[in-house]
Design a protein around this ligand. Structure first.
Ligand SMILES: [Ca+2]
Length: 488
């Protein structure tokens, strides 16, 4: 072949290769992200070192997600109209709807007739967009009409202390699913709803982790669990009892949790915290296995990982044990996102609700957000364009006597109202969260001037009035069907 022919061939070759590279690039650009949505059951953000550096709970994988992604300071659920706070919370995640606009199954805790919103829920929307959807989670206290729409469903309640009966089982379902994708060379992007049944009670930890946190799976109602210096210390805002009745008679979480019952003494609370931590560390270990698998498959860098809980938890804080209150430990949820384009090690205020998850995932995937969604995409937070997506947040507990508890927060200020037991309990709490982040009450006997409930103090009268008006406004905007005693 002549030299000139070589040049021509090289020229043709260059065009061909160039074309291939640019077509690879456009294919790469068009590659849609995967989602791993991790939802734990009943976890206060303050259990995690990500939110409380003093916590002795070790969760290295969650901490690593935080240091390589974004941590949300103000992520909240909007509340509940029944005692099983899990149920409406999970409806809000699935539909992006606000509390009083959910399908009836949110209130009645069982599948009612198919509802039009089922077809606008997270799995339905992602299925239509060509995603492969998979879920594992506890069974029950959820949204059956949406759950059944995932293309692969592996639900079972797993709260035991072994691999088969505990959190390892949920991880196993995800690992199996990812293994199947590998085997069949599946190319479509995935959305995995990776739910755990723990650390919700019964908090039966594995023997090694119980030992680490000095706890036992206490089962005898007539004795106290043994004290052990390895147990987590009592929280800063622990109280031996809540100063007034919370308003939900015979509430399971406050009276019948195995290992605790109605006890609020130091031994019981520290043992139960040890059990909670044992279950939470096990979740972290299981999460680590799935993250490692995604890395091995080369999918980790193209996957958004969202870590959160359906709501927080008290376990001794303010003398309460359950999730049926609106203090920060329970109204807030842990919320961490790692993924493509998110700068490492950021913390953001956010002011997000769990009901913002669906529109955000749609936004990140380039899917049109269903018109039924009332939440907002917080993608502008993930890209660093904004620090918050709303100014005011509203919360409800309406599962006991009515109208129940309501809260509103704006900036440093937070109001909680209790109107329960047919008017027998009418209480108002005003906190400055910058000065009193643990929401200390007079019973905590703190010395700081603002480390207490500020409602009723003359210098905060104007602020209280402003927050009362803000609460009423939020209740009306959200179609809250109730009014409090002092609302016209
Ligand atoms: Ca829950």
């Amino acid at each position: 072949m002549k030299i000139k022919d070589h040049r021509v061939l090289r020229f043709i070759f260059a065009i061909l290769v160039g074309g291939m590279i640019s077509s690879c690039e456009s294919k790469e650009e068009a590659k849609r992200p995967n989602f791993l949505f991790v939802l734990v059951d009943d976890q206060s953000p303050f259990d995690l070192q990500v939110y409380d550096a003093k916590s002795i709970l070790e969760t290295p994988n969650i901490s690593k997600l935080a240091s390589s992604g974004m941590v949300f300071e103000s992520a909240r659920h909007m509340g509940s109209m029944n005692g099983a706070v899990c149920t409406p919370s999970r409806h809000m995640i699935m539909t992006g709807r606000t509390l009083w606009h959910l399908p009836p199954s949110a209130q009645f805790q069982k599948q009612t007739d198919p509802h039009p919103l089922d077809e606008q829920s997270l799995p339905a929307v992602f299925n239509r967009a060509g995603y492969q959807t998979m879920r594992t989670c506890k069974a029950g206290n959820s949204y059956p009409g949406a759950n059944r729409l995932f293309s692969v469903v592996k639900d079972a309640t797993k709260r035991g202390g072994t691999d088969d009966t505990g959190s390892a089982w949920h991880a196993e379902q995800v690992l199996d699913y990812l293994g199947d994708r590998e085997a069949t060379k599946e190319e479509d992007p995935f959305l995995i709803y990776f739910g755990f049944s723990h650390p919700h009670d019964t908090r039966d930890g594995t023997p090694e982790l119980l030992e680490k946190y000095g706890a036992v799976n206490h089962k005898d109602e007539n004795s106290l669990p043994p004290a052990n210096p390895k147990q987590p210390p009592l929280q800063e805002n622990y109280l031996i009892e809540h100063p007034f009745f919370h308003g939900h008679p015979q509430l399971r979480d406050e009276e019948r949790v195995s290992g605790v019952w109605k006890n609020r003494d130091e031994q019981t609370v520290r043992n139960e915290l040890g059990r909670e931590y044992a279950c939470s560390e096990n979740i972290d270990i299981q999460l680590g296995k799935v993250l490692q698998k995604l890395k091995d498959m080369g999918e980790l860098d193209n996957t958004y990982i969202i870590y959160t809980s359906d709501h927080g938890m008290s376990i001794g804080r303010h003398g309460l044990m359950g999730k049926q209150n609106l203090y920060e430990h329970t109204w807030r949820v842990p919320f961490i996102v790692q993924g493509p384009g998110i700068k490492a090690g950021q913390r953001v205020e956010g002011n997000i609700y769990l009901l913002d998850v669906l529109p955000t995932l749609c936004d990140l995937a380039g899917i049109e957000i269903p018109e039924t969604v009332e939440g907002k995409s917080f993608k502008p937070l993930l890209t660093g364009e904004k620090q918050t997506i709303r100014e005011v947040q509203y919360g409800v507990y309406c599962g006991g006597t009515k109208p129940g508890m309501r809260t509103v927060r704006k900036g440093d200020w937070k109001l909680i109202k209790y109107d329960v037991m047919d008017g027998e309990v009418r209480e108002t709490q005003l906190f400055n969260l910058a000065e009193n982040p643990h929401e200390y009450l007079p019973e905590h006997q703190m010395t700081g001037k603002m480390e207490t409930n500020l409602a009723g103090l003359p210098e905060y009268e104007a602020k209280l009035e402003e927050m009362e008006a803000l609460l009423l406004d939020q209740m009306q905007k959200h179609d809250d069907p109730y009014k409090l005693w002092n609302q016209e």
